[in-house]
Write a protein that binds this ligand. Structure first.
Ligand code: OGA
Ligand code: MN
Length: 197
C-alpha cells in the first residue's frame, strides 16, 4: 500500500516511522465523539505501570487515563480503525517479516500538564508486543501546544514528534525508549501494540 511505503523503509532503517493523514478528519471526529462519550460515562481509568499484580498508579511517571477497545465493537469508526490496522499489519509482515498476528488498542487522554516519563513499552513478562502504534486524535493541534512524543534513538539526537490529529507513529516496542511531554491542551490518542500473538 502506497500510504505505507515510506513507513516500511523508515521502520526497517530507523526502527520508527510516521504516517500523516492515516485518518481523515471525519474519522478523527467520530473517534473523538466515541472517546468523549465513554470518558463522560466514567469508563476511563488512570493508567498503571507494569502488569497484573504489579499495577499501581504513579502520576509522577504517567498521567494519562485509558480505555481498552473491544475487538468486537459495533462502533463503525472503530471497525474502520481495526481494518486500517490490519492492513498495516499485512504490509509490515510482507516488508519486514515481523510475524504479527494480533493487536491491542486503547484510547488515551492526557489531561493538561500530564506526561509519561521516558520508558520502554515492552513488559518483561510480555515479549509479544513487537510494534507500538499511536494515532493522535487532536483536532486543530498547534506546534506550540506541546505534548510531543520524544523518541530516543541510540547514539543519535532524540526525535520530537508533535501529536497532530490523524498522524500515526510506529516504532519497535522492545527497542526505542520514548516519553510524552506535557501539553497545554488535553491530548487524545489511540495507542496500541502489534503482537506476534
Ligand atoms: C504509551 C506511550 C506515546 C504517545 O502509551 O506507552 O508511550 O505519544 N504513548 O502517546
Ligand atoms: Mn510508551
Amino acid at each position: 500500500m502506497e500510504l505505507f511505503d515510506n513507513l516500511m523503509d523508515s521502520i526497517a532503517e530507523q526502527s520508527y516511522g510516521v504516517v500523516d493523514f492515516f485518518l481523515t478528519s471525519e474519522e478523527i471526529s467520530a473517534l473523538v465523539v466515541t472517546l468523549r462519550e465513554r470518558h463522560s460515562a466514567g469508563s476511563f481509568k488512570k493508567a498503571g505501570i507494569g502488569q497484573g499484580n504489579d499495577q499501581h498508579v504513579q502520576a509522577q511517571i504517567r498521567g494519562d487515563q485509558i480505555l481498552w477497545l473491544d475487538e468486537h465493537s459495533t462502533v463503525v469508526v472503530e471497525q474502520v480503525y481495526f481494518q486500517k490496522i490490519n492492513t498495516l499489519i499485512q504490509c509490515l509482515n510482507r516488508s519486514c517479516y515481523l510475524g504479527l498476528k494480533d493487536f491491542e488498542l486503547h484510547y488515551a487522554l492526557y489531561p493538561i500538564g500530564t506526561f509519561y516519563k521516558r520508558h520502554l513499552d515492552r513488559f518483561k513478562t510480555d515479549s509479544h508486543r513487537k510494534i507500538s502504534i499511536i494515532c493522535y486524535l487532536n483536532e486543530d493541534w498547534q506546534a506550540a501546544d506541546g505534548g510531543e512524543l520524544v523518541i530516543y534513538l541510540p547514539g543519535n539526537q532524540p526525535i520530537k514528534i508533535a501529536p497532530f490529529g490523524g498522524r500515526l507513529v510506529c516504532f519497535e516496542a522492545d527497542l526505542l525508549e520514548h516519553e510524552v511531554l506535557p501539553a497545554t491542551h488535553e491530548r487524545l490518542s489511540l495507542t496500541g501494540w502489534l503482537r506476534t500473538y
